[in-house]
Design a binder for this molecule. Structure first.
Ligand code: NI
Length: 174
């Protein structure tokens, strides 16, 4: 395993479209291991292969709440809802923004062995997958964000927190 260098905004590879993965072999497994290691080292929740300079339609994610996935050649088959949320990106350090994404998605993809799979995801997991899928098409969240202004982003976060934690301090159950 090895920690790879994360490409940073301004690197031309980040705007390139990644290619379909066709070979499911040991070198792909190695790449996936390296991607997880690199993502965890950087405290990220998702990483697309292009972010370490590999133009393959491959992403890894972990919401740290039990959903850890490898999605290869993902396609959004259906979606529901549309809502704003806060995003950041390991390739765009020290920045956040508000991005509107589908609330729920159904994604078809291939697993590490090349077997077809389907995943239904919502909220944060759906957001991570959509963000990483944009990377596969050469798109950074800053290009689709409604704002990356720090004050607006902060105000959004505060409003979101106030909704989730009412004034009596009691958090909504999950
Ligand atoms: Ni990103």
């Amino acid at each position: 395993m090895a920690i790879r260098t994360i490409r940073i905004d301004g690197d031309p590879i980040l705007s390139k479209k990644s290619r379909t993965v066709e070979k499911f072999d040991e070198s792909l497994n190695q790449l996936i291991e390296d991607m997880f290691e690199t993502m965890y080292e950087a405290d990220g929740v998702g990483l697309a292969a292009v972010q370490i300079g590999i133009l393959k339609r491959l992403l890894v994610m972990d919401d740290y709440e039990g959903t850890k996935k490898v999605l290869i050649n993902p396609v959004i088959e259906s979606h529901e809802g549309w809502e704003p949320g806060i995003e950041g990106c390991l390739s765009v350090p020290d920045k956040n923004g508000i991005v509107e994404r589908y609330k729920k998605i159904t994604v078809s993809y291939q697993d590490q062995e090349g077997n077809p799979q389907t995943l239904e995801a919502e909220d944060l997991v759906a957001r991570i997958i959509q963000h990483e899928m944009d990377h596969l098409n050469g798109i950074l969240y800053t290009e689709v964000a409604t704002t990356t202004d720090p004050d607006e982003t902060e105000a959004f976060l505060r409003a979101q927190y106030a909704r989730e934690v009412p004034e009596d301090g009691e958090e909504k159950g999950e």
